[in-house]
Design a protein around this ligand. Sequence first.
Ligand code: AMP
Ligand code: ZN
Length: 464
Amino acid sequence: MKLYNTLTKCKEEFVPVEEGKVGIYVCGPTVYNYIHIGNARPMVVFDTVRRYFEYKGYDVNYVSNFTDVDDKIIKKAIEEGVDASEISERFIKECKKDMAGLNVKEATTHPKATEEIDGMIDMIEQLIEKGYAYEKNGTVYFRTRKFEGYGKLSKKNLDDMQAGIRIAVSDEKEDSMDFVLWKPKKEGEPSWPSPWGDGRPGWHIECSVMSKKYIGNTIDIHAGGEDLVFPHHENEIAQSEACNGEEFAKYWMHNAFLNIDNKKMSKSAGNFFTVRDISEKYPLQVIRFFMLSAHYRSPLNFSDTLVEASKNGLDRILTCVDTLKGLEAAAAEGPMNEAEEANVAQVKELVAKYEAAMEDDFNTADAIAAIFELVKLANVTAKEASKAYVSYVKETIEKLCDILGVVTEKEEELLDSDIEALIEERQQARKAKNFARADEIRNELLEKGIILEDTRAGVKWKRA
Ligand code: AMP
Ligand code: ZN
């Protein structure tokens, strides 16, 4: 299996730290609002990477954090006059709902920064002991120049970076490139006791600590969006390698950004969507499929036209699986004939094509193309075929979709005549004063996206 490693800038053969196992750490969201569709891209992409490793028989340890203490969370808490933890807990819950809608599996562990403070204090103490960090007035800084490999991931040079810094450096720091590991408490902010006084951790240290605790000193794959390469991931490497004296992550995977109508997503420019906003317009399953229709290292343009195209593409696959289910139920039992055996060979070739695409740095776009070829083959070969053949083709398509996290179950759509029959039953129930049944019918329809409106002219309905 080959994957592109940001560290070496090459596609490399994947060799796990421990045979048969893979530890993946994905930097998760800062939870101060609903996640936006850009945040959903790494979630969907790396969940798919995880699913493929599982398909190949690896034991996957997938860790993704929630940053639940941060300036933005504190700001929101002050605005609402509530505790910061109320904001973070609320949006962790909402984030998990969106992830479920996108069919992103629960991580093996979803650590939260506020529950790992002891580990962070411990790592900071070790860094101070080893001469990689120092304290000034309650703030602890990382001594960046002391870490020799600094810049190896982002390919930046410390002197070049320093030349680019225009703002006056605070006197506290020994060097303008030093970054914060621990900051002192400010009034009204959440804080924890530490050897350097009450305060809270810097952002970078949380991932170094959590990946070490839940995976180990050396993790197989560290992932996130490309904006995290510098400074976040560069700083994580410096902290972890300085503390542990071992390589931090063997492979670094970064997804490119999602843009809207070819422009950078931005609240002020008015082209900003949360996953929740989008879910009102498209099933999230379509969004997941759309996100995988491009290679994860290519920028992804989000536009209605492109999402519609994905919706139609996905529909072709779902309709095919649905048809195969019908054929399977009706087909006579019996073995495959010779022509079917030959078709099976073609199916196997397409599975091999799919796997080759996935093993070439997770080229999901080509993998999806292989599924479309399979659908085409199924549509011409499954009619009047034996049950054995129909089942085989159907299960193969289902398996390949499942690796992409695409559910092949078609959502049952109520026909107009079914809806009208239920409305009639509800009217009868009301006449008979059976209001419980009448309400039950209304709710049942609502669950299926049918809204009833009682008007003077009778009951009107519409699809949500
Ligand atoms: P944040 O909460 O900003 O730390 O972001 C959480 C994750 O979403 C990180 O891996 C980011 O790199 C990623 N991310 C943020 N914006 C985008 C975007 N527009 N496209 C793709 N990934 C993004
Ligand atoms: Zn991180």
